[in-house]
Design a binder for this molecule. Structure first.
Ligand code: FES
Length: 100
């Protein structure tokens, strides 16, 4: 299912923002003008990934430091033992859609 989650201008460069699609929390990041969508909840203990710092496409969970690649969802560093899901995100006109 896809849902409009805001306007392009709602998403600040380099910052994460949490959106909800069909009751599921998704973390959206805008890096280099491009949008990425991953699970909001860290697989380790459900830390809020949209609050994590991002560097070189790697977001760091603010709770215990697990790192994930926001392009692939791949785990880059524990303590989490698994990566996160990624979701299709695209722009139509000025509106941003996420497909889960
Ligand atoms: S909750 Fe994310 S590293 Fe522990």
């Amino acid at each position: 299912m896809e849902k409009m989650v805001g306007k392009v201008s709602d998403f600040g460069e380099g910052a994460g923002r949490m959106v909800s699609v069909d009751g599921k929390a998704i973390a959206v990041f805008k890096i280099g003008g491009k949008l990425f969508a991953i699970d909001e909840l860290c697989p380790h203990a459900h830390g809020p990934l949209h609050e994590g710092a991002v560097e070189n496409y790697i977001v760091e969970c603010p709770w215990h430091g697990s790192q994930f690649d926001i392009r692939s969802g791949r785990l880059a560093r524990g303590p989490s033992t698994s990566g996160v899901n990624t979701y299709r995100i695209y722009v139509k006109g000025e509106e941003v859609f996420v497909d889960i």
